[in-house]
Design a protein around this ligand. Structure first.
Ligand SMILES: *[C@@H]1O[C@H](CO)[C@@H](O)[C@H](O)[C@H]1NC(C)=O
Ligand SMILES: *[C@@H]1O[C@H](CO)[C@@H](O)[C@H](O)[C@H]1NC(C)=O
Ligand SMILES: *[C@@H]1O[C@H](CO)[C@@H](O)[C@H](O)[C@H]1NC(C)=O
Ligand SMILES: *[C@@H]1O[C@H](CO)[C@@H](O)[C@H](O)[C@H]1NC(C)=O
Ligand SMILES: *[C@@H]1O[C@H](CO)[C@@H](O)[C@H](O)[C@H]1NC(C)=O
Ligand SMILES: *[C@@H]1O[C@H](CO)[C@@H](O)[C@H](O)[C@H]1NC(C)=O
Length: 367
């Protein structure tokens, strides 16, 4: 069953990906397809490994290509240097390099001088290397005004580099060794929309730690060491992921001020009923709430706007209709579409008789 599901999911992903990023014939100089995102006009693959025969695309590029890298002729500004056992960034990068793929190497340091010549860099991908501490001096990338993506997941960074380029859109630093975020770290990054910090060692965030992130949409701080929901989160956030932190409880106003919050994940946080105040999810913007794998015994109060609620693997014995609907009446009903309650301590027969009047537009319920 799980396999079938996975296959179906892959198929759906493929239909989506393949439709979005079809090989564009006008860029296809040597009969070699290279996936290009038609909307963004940027590469849509992070690696060429196992996709194409290296001898074909490597041989085609007339310009000098650093050792350990592939330089596809269809995309002359991209350097694919992933999975090559490199211990450092290749010296003398071509000046017009825009997309630099260095993931899955053995890179432990990042002298700013090595990137200084490549002023046009848009993507710098450094996932799965051995970067330690704070490998970039403050402001080392300040002159890289074209930089949009900086990924360094799965390294051992101990802090977020300061003075990152103002045009940055995505910063991915998941699974590092980051334990604090200093005031002003993100100052000026007003175009940053995605910030991934899951799998680090964060416990608190200073009041001005996240200041300046005026357009942040997705913030993932799951699997850290927070004991309570961090304060001073950017009000622009629409997707907030905090699963896998051992919260002692939520505060009445833990999410107050997050006026655009739509997707909230609080799975595996050790939450009990007493730690979930009635008002805490009272946000009319909320669409999806994940509270799975906690220790709740009663259904929590959620807004009528909520469409997806995940409560599987808790200890729920009591289904309170007032959790979903406050008043009776033709206009007063829950917008819930999917409600997962499997893996709890109650059965379908324990649902109150009149639940269908409240959960009127429900597509699926799992009990
Ligand atoms: C990388 O190094 C490891 C061990 O030193 C070796 O087994 C592997 O073949 C190397 N991979 C490449 C692509 O050179
Ligand atoms: C990575 O580099 C270190 C030296 O910096 C070396 O000892 C180690 O063998 C390298 N690992 C691989 C897989 O090449
Ligand atoms: C950025 O450019 C300015 C002006 O060209 C230069 O003075 C400065 O040293 C550069 N900074 C870095 C970090 O390369
Ligand atoms: C992670 O940071 C701690 C200090 O906060 C340090 O003792 C430890 O060596 C670091 N681990 C790695 C893998 O860098
Ligand atoms: C942020 O994005 C906007 C819209 O794309 C752009 O006009 C502006 O120049 C960007 N800001 C920076 C600092 O790059
Ligand atoms: C939710 O908050 C609104 C004000 O924003 C308030 O009027 C309403 O009574 C609250 N709902 C619940 C269930 O407490």
């Amino acid at each position: 069953m799980a396999l079938l599901y996975a296959v179906a999911l892959l198929w759906v992903l493929c239909v989506w990906e393949c439709a979005r990023a079809s090989p564009t014939s006008q860029m296809d100089y040597g009969g070699i397809p290279l996936w290009i995102d038609r909307f963004l006009e940027e590469p849509s693959v992070m690696s060429l490994k196992d996709r194409l025969d290296p001898h074909r695309y490597q041989a085609n590029n007339p310009q000098s290509c650093p050792r350990g890298c592939f330089c596809p002729v269809q995309w002359p500004t991209a350097l694919y240097c992933d999975q090559s056992n490199l211990t450092g960034v290749p010296a003398s990068l071509p000046e017009d390099t825009q997309y630099l793929f260095l993931q899955s190497n053995n890179i432990s340091s990042l002298p700013p001088s090595v990137l200084a010549g490549a002023r046009e860099l848009r993507w710098l991908i450094l996932d799965h290397n051995r970067l330690q501490g704070v490998p970039l001096a403050d402001g080392a990338l300040q002159n890289h005004t074209e930089m949009r993506y900086l990924f360094a997941n799965h390294n051992s960074l101990s802090a977020v580099p300061m003075g990152l380029p103002a045009g940055l859109r995505q910063l991915r630093l998941a699974h590092n060794n980051i334990s604090s975020i200093g005031a002003g770290t993100f100052q000026g990054l007003q175009n940053l929309t995605v910030l991934l910090l899951q799998g680090n060692h964060l416990q608190t965030i200073e009041p001005k730690g996240l200041a300046g992130l005026l357009n942040l949409d997705l913030l993932d701080m799951g699997d850290n060491r927070f004991k309570s929901v961090p304060m001073h989160l950017p009000p622009s956030v629409q997707q907030l992921y905090l699963s896998g932190n051992a919260f002692s409880g939520l505060g009445e106003s833990s999410f107050a001020g997050l006026v655009r919050l739509k997707y909230l994940r609080l799975s595996r946080c050790g939450l009990q009923d007493t730690g979930v105040p009635t008002q805490v999810f009272n946000m009319s913007t909320l669409v999806e709430l994940d509270l799975s794998y906690n220790r709740l015994a009663v259904t929590p109060t959620v807004p009528t706007s909520l469409q997806y609620l995940y409560l599987e693997a808790n200890e729920i014995q009591e289904f309170k209709l007032s959790s979903f609907c406050r008043d009776q009446g033709p206009q007063s009903y829950s917008r819930m579409r999917i409600l997962r309650m499997d893996g709890n301590k109650m059965s379908y027969s324990q649902l109150p008789l009149d639940w269908v009047y409240c959960l009127r537009v429900l597509h699926n319920i799992f009990v």
